[in-house]
Design a protein around this ligand. Structure first.
Ligand code: 5GP
Length: 157
């Protein structure tokens, strides 16, 4: 599995539309979409339009790769939204991919006790993910090239 999964912009458009249709067909009508930045921002925006949801929030989560593999964990970066924003709401978490699933698990656990219901939509879910997302466009165990992060930044790092 050293071949990559390539998602181009055109296919992303189809994928996000189909993901939204899966949510709608299931009868889930979220009040709020919660994007996990940065990749989840694209997905959240697309789902927001397709599902006619205007209430979008963002959480910034960064995955820190510690030297010791057992110390690997995602962390929330400020500003962290207030859980009041989600109280008694039906929330849809949006991200590009659930790989280990730890990022989504962190966000879900953070809001779980403050919401009416929480479900998760992702473009890709990998088989090893510890979170089983309710809405998944495709499953793969390959490394995915997303259209927004395939090209390097235009600034010097
Ligand atoms: P997690 O392991 O917590 O589910 O995923 C953490 C983050 O790693 C994802 O939100 C994504 O930004 C990044 N990531 C995981 N797998 C892939 C992949 O196959 N391709 C890309 N481009 N990023 C990935």
């Amino acid at each position: 599995a050293d071949e990559r999964e390539i998602l181009d912009w055109r296919t992303y458009g189809i994928a996000s539309r189909q993901l939204a249709q899966a949510v709608a067909a299931d009868g889930y009508r979220p009040d709020v979409i919660l994007a996990i930045a940065r990749g989840g921002l694209f997905v959240a925006g697309s789902l927001g339009y397709a599902l006619a949801v205007k209430n979008l929030h963002v959480m910034n989560v960064e995955f820190y790769n510690g030297v010791d593999a057992t110390l690997d964990m995602p962390v929330m970066l400020p500003p962290v939204p207030s859980t009041v924003d989600f109280s008694a709401k039906k929330v849809l978490i949006a991200d590009d991919v659930a790989d280990t699933g730890k990022t989504i698990e962190l966000v879900r656990d953070f809001i779980q006790d403050h919401v009416a219901e929480v479900r998760t939509a992702v473009i890709y879910e990998k088989p090893r993910s510890l979170v089983k997302c309710e809405y998944v466009w495709r499953r793969t165990d390959r490394w995915i090239n997303f259209p927004w992060s395939t090209e390097p930044p235009v600034v010097d790092l």
